[in-house]
Design a protein around this ligand. Structure first.
Ligand code: NAD
Length: 520
């Protein structure tokens, strides 16, 4: 039986509170469809962010274990790629129905390890599940093309799997991001070695258990753990043909550069600083609610969090009303009824966020709502930061330039739509941007001129559903955005094209003399 603390739970029994765990169980590797205890000498303590109680220890998987995971994937590949696409589709159908069945259990693992509220964790699972469900349509998505290119001659194109591929995941979406990778990589015929975040691997371990139950053969999905040593192994292992990474710029730029230099395909989604422009003609109530939800939901730990508002003209007068709505949010343990936002991931993260708030104050900004020293009554030891609003911010301030990744809304005031567009475009990140307006022509101007990959018009977090692709821009995606997760580009990332040109002519019509010129 699997022996991670959360994977040890079952569909009907899983944690529903933040009470201390009497006997925390170490997280295991998942290699060759077996949950095996690591022989690691280095272990990473994983704490509940709401209490800082120990939940499990995550191994730094040993070199032998990393090699065993790759060997298992390599061994599984020939048979897996030869499995008919209909058979792989059937396994995906089963996998998606098991995820639905274990939805609450997956969400509970996320609330316990990552900290987000249970309701929000259910959304984390759903967004990943939708990628898996869409991947069930692979039978129509992976078709090639055929053309008769000359008399008696035709060319057809195929898509073939790459072989062994790897995924390196961040902490903030413990189910969704593994599910951006597992379904698309495997249904196209690849075998996967995945490294979840060392800060919350529980959901990925449950997914491994469900994948095994769904019928994925041994070696098709493997999970190893750790930090930089595991990543460096993946980057340098010749058998690994492609790497999917989601996380910070610091890690991602390094991974993209070293992985690409080693001849691998790399798709890498990085950090963000998403702006919303608020126009005076917008539906004020909708805009203020949307901004409050998108800035502070998941304690701001979403790559598409709306972390910066650009208030155009008189809308700067509305900032106290955003503060009123933010103040009304309930900061609490994620399992608590009515909790709107939970803690941030670690004490280090809390300190980094609070230091950035202090830096804004020191640089002359106004702290309109201060979430420092936030201590929900039941959780005095958690990593809580309350909703914070910083106003009178200028674009040279540290709080504006850096990704805060916490429940902090940074507010810039400008006079015109042009000023708003110029401000947003001057920011080096380009994941998402939104505009709130009732004017079609204003929205259309914004849509054309903004240099961000995912735009919302009266939509605060415009993450595309899986029939589209996750399309960041500028510093928010490595490699100029050539490779993007899920949707058609995601399927293309995990497959290699092959073209076959064939010539069929009756024997007696074939010339007896060799031709040495290019056909003209
Ligand atoms: P992170 O970069 O710290 O960690 C991501 C992964 O990289 C982890 O598995 C970690 O073990 C590994 N890693 C970390 N430091 C490393 C190093 N020095 N060398 C090698 N590997 C290393 O990111 P995080 O804190 O887990 O996630 C938050 C970040 O992810 C934010 O910047 C957020 O914007 C970004 N993010 C982006 C998207 C997107 O789609 N653009 C989605 C989610 C999160």
């Amino acid at each position: 039986a699997p022996s991670t603390s959360s994977a040890a739970s079952t569909a009907s029994s899983y944690p529903t509170d933040h009470n201390p765990i009497a006997d925390p169980i170490d997280t295991t590797n998942f290699i060759d469809n077996e949950f095996t205890t690591s022989k690691a000498t280095t272990w990473i303590d994983l704490h509940d962010p709401a209490t800082n109680n120990l939940i499990t220890r995550v191994p730094q998987s040993t070199n032998e274990e990393l090699k065993a995971a790759v060997a298992s994937a390599e061994a599984a590949f020939p048979a897996w790629r030869a499995t008919s696409i209909m058979a792989r589709q059937q396994i995906m159908f089963k996998f998606t129905s098991l995820i639905r069945e274990h939805w609450d259990r997956l969400a509970a693992s996320i609330t316990l390890e990552q900290g987000k509220t249970f309701a929000d964790a259910k959304g984390d699972v759903l967004r990943g599940l939708q990628v898996a469900e869409t991947a069930c349509g692979i039978t129509t998505q992976m078709t090639g093309e055929v053309l008769e290119v000359a008399k008696d001659m035709e060319t057809r194109s195929y898509r073939e799997p790459l072989g062994v591929v790897a995924a390196i995941c961040p902490f903030n979406f413990p189910a969704m991001i593994p599910l951006w990778c597992i379904p698309v990589a495997t249904v196209t015929g690849n075998c996967l070695v995945m490294k979840p975040s060392e800060r919350d691997p529980g959901a990925a371990m449950i997914l491994a258990e469900l994948a095994k139950e769904a019928g994925f053969p041994p070696g098709v999905i493997n999970i190893v753990h750790g930090t930089a040593p595991t990543v460096d192994f993946i980057l340098d292992e010749p058998a690994i043909k492609a790497i999917s990474f989601v996380g910070s710029n610091r890690a991602g730029e390094y991974i993209y550069t070293r992985g690409s230099a080693n001849g691998k395909r790399v798709q890498a989604n990085l950090g963000a600083k998403n702006h919303a422009a608020v126009l005076p003609d917008c539906n004020k109530n909708h805009a203020l609610n949307a901004i409050t939800g998108a800035a502070f939901g998941a304690a701001g730990q979403r790559c598409m969090a709306l972390s910066t508002v650009v208030m155009v003209g008189e809308t700067k007068e509305w900032l106290p009303e955003i503060a009123e709505r933010a103040k009304a949010l309930n900061v609490n343990g994620g399992f608590e009824e009515g909790a709107d936002l939970g803690p941030v991931i670690s004490p280090e993260s809390k300190k980094r966020i609070e230091d950035l708030i202090a830096s804004a104050e020191a640089e002359g900004a106004t702290i309109l709502l201060d979430g420092r020293n936030c201590k929900p009554e039941k959780y005095p030891n958690g990593n809580f930061v309350g909703p914070t609003i910083i106003t009178n911010v200028t674009t040279d301030m540290k709080c504006y330039k850096e990704e805060i990744f916490g429940p902090v809304l940074v507010c810039v005031n400008v006079e015109t739509l042009d000023d708003a567009i110029n401000t947003i475009n001057a920011n080096e990140y380009g994941n998402g941007a939104s505009i709130f307006t009732k004017s079609g022509s204003t929205a259309s101007r914004f849509q054309k001129d903004i240099e961000a990959g995912q735009l919302g018009i009266n939509v605060p977090i415009p993450v595309p559903l899986p029939m589209f692709s996750f399309t960041g821009n500028k510093k928010s995606i490595a490699g100029g955005g050539a490779n993007t997760f899920y949707g058609k580009p995601g399927m293309q990332f995990y497959t290699q094209q092959k073209t076959v040109t064939s010539f069929w002519k009756s024997e007696d019509a074939i010339s007896t003399k060799a031709s040495v010129i290019m056909p003209t």
